[in-house]
Design a protein around this ligand. Sequence first.
Ligand code: SF4
Length: 344
Amino acid sequence: MDIAPYLPFLPPELRPLAWRAHPLDGKLLLFERDSGLNLLLEGEETAHLTRTAPRTLLIAVTNVCNLTCHFCYRDLKLASSWTADTLLEFCREAAEWGVLEVAFGGGEPMLLKGWERFIHDLYAETPLCINFTTNGMLLTDAFLQNIAGKYGNIRVSLYDTNDWEHTIRRFAANRARFGVNWLITPEELPRLEVMFLNLLGMGVRDFLLLSYKGSDPALHLSRAQVDQLAALVNKLHAAVKDLATLKLDVCWGDALGGVPRLFDLSDCGAGDEFLSITSDKQIKPCSFHHHAIPFNTLSDVRAYWEKQRTRRQAAAIAGCARLPNRALTEKGTPHDETLHLAAV
Ligand code: SF4
């Protein structure tokens, strides 16, 4: 898409950046991958635009992992069908389609054969911004140095099983661009504030607070605990302001009332803003979704997206923001009837 007609709307100092234009419905998103800058233009000049591609593809590059965490939700029977070459070709075509970012996960993406070479090739051969989530155990200083400047963000999940403190120290020592994925459960809530300050002290500046999706009632927050979390988020946000970024995963929906947000989203965006691609080459609206469609080529993915993008179908899993009250009772117990209806 030609962005020349839109450049006069930008401050002069931002015009020379290597923007990619991503039309949305009635708006235009400009994205620059090296800085991670996003600009949203909205007005008469953008009113005619419609979205032509998802912004992000979430791709499970392998189903293999070097850990065996008891809480892992991936299906161990799924095949790992991607190679570095097939994935590169798929991503090349996705960039031509108009996708801006790829977010790789797994399994453990560090276990894809040729992973480091793949990152270099993807950066050199496409305009895509590369992000990945790792358990961190296989990272090395050399790897982080070698891929410096070629990715947007590396995310490490805070588990009991992955010595994340060591990984965060490694990130900080190598000046990596990184963030933490932090699952907020009833057990985590009482120590959230202290832990947040510890992480901040270790150099973490990007926090993604994840909600639990699943059938274990012990891991869901009750309504009162969600309110407690909202109050804590407000407090932490006010305390750190520009020092750190606090993000909430889309599946919280509007549960955390009163927290400041960059955007007021009416929907999580699954199947439209982003699509999930599994390790055995299936398309899902999001990683938690019960609908999965096998595909062969990127054209199949495009056809699926064009047909499904406006359907906004809920995932049949407790914690999905597309279900009434996220299919949870006041106490945080999964609401079986709602889930049953969603699955049909
Ligand atoms: S469909 Fe539901 S589970 Fe999937 S991303 Fe959206 S809110 Fe989350």
